[in-house]
Design a protein around this ligand. Structure first.
Ligand code: 6PG
Length: 268
């Protein structure tokens, strides 16, 4: 079945038959971008998300043909957000990616950068991750020489995968939460009232500095919010996914028919 493409003023949307087809197409996109960046730049940097669609994509990537053909040793893995739980906790996004993918393919351990939730204080953990990102992305390249500042002090990921909750959150940028106003910080701890817990998240500024941002969303429980986010009025405090507008990169929504059911054709 051919993919339906819907262009909206806010983003390009690719619509697939179901969650299974979506996971396969997302795995192919990951593999294609990895090849492209490894050939062109010698490495590929990706931030992963939690959620059910990425889980299916990770499982596919851990199998033939991807497991044997993706340039794993040149890929660097980061996370877009994390729950404040130990890395072996069932809610850990790191654990999910590790169990379904990273432990099954030849990625060197030093290429894997989990959010350091072993640091008990969420603000400290966020600061430490921001430091680790700055070190990785800027070590040796960003020191301002003779007064010239780097173009941006934000990391520039090659690809950021995101999901969207039915409440419009993405990464751990929840409606009306403090992280929505984090400005140019790289990573912040965000208190999420509905869970009465902190999460650690890349900020919208960091995500928007990426070369490619890809949302994966499946299921009819996403349809109404997707309509609001892509075709409703701009209210990012209520619909944080609307904050994601890469300044100098691509934005693609990969969704299934069920999630797309309320979208309408628009002139762009
Ligand atoms: C998390 C996330 C989160 C997720 C959405 C969508 O840790 O929960 O990274 O932002 O991507 O909640 O999740 P689903 O794909 O499972 O609906």
């Amino acid at each position: 079945m051919s993919t339906e493409i819907l262009k909206t003023p806010r983003a390009n949307v690719s619509i697939y038959r179901d969650a299974e087809e979506l996971a396969l197409k997302a795995a192919r996109r990951f593999a294609r971008l990895a090849d492209q960046y490894v050939v062109g730049c010698g490495r590929f940097t990706v931030a992963l998300s939690g959620g059910s669609t990425p889980r299916a994509m990770f499982s596919l990537l851990a199998e033939h043909p991807f497991a044997d053909t993706v340039p794993w040793s040149s890929i660097y893995f980061f996370w877009g957000d994390e729950r404040c739980v130990p890395p072996d906790h069932p809610d850990s996004n790191y654990r999910m990616a590790n169990e379904t993918l990273l432990s099954k393919v030849p990625v060197p351990a030093q290429n894997i950068f989990p959010i350091p939730t072993e640091i008990p204080e969420p603000d400290q953990a966020a600061k430490e991750y921001a430091r680790a990102l700055s070190k990785f992305f800027f070590a040796g390249s960003s020191a301002p020489k003779s007064g010239t500042a780097p173009l941006s002090s934000l990391p520039r990921f090659d690809l950021v995968f995101l999901g969207m909750g039915p409440d419009g959150h993405t990464a751990s940028l929840f409606p009306h939460s403090a992280a929505l106003a984090a400005g140019e910080q790289i990573v912040v701890a965000n208190y999420v009232e509905k869970f009465a817990a902190h999460r650690i998240t890349l900020t919208a500024a960091t995500i928007n500095n990426a070369r490619n941002v890809t949302f994966l969303a499946a299921g009819e429980d996403k349809a109404e919010m997707l309509k609001n986010v892509l075709q409703g009025s701009y209210q990012p405090d209520l619909y944080p996914s609307q904050l994601i507008r890469p300044a100098n990169g691509t934005l693609l929504w990969m969704i299934d028919h069920a999630a797309a059911s309320l979208l309408t054709e628009q002139n762009v």
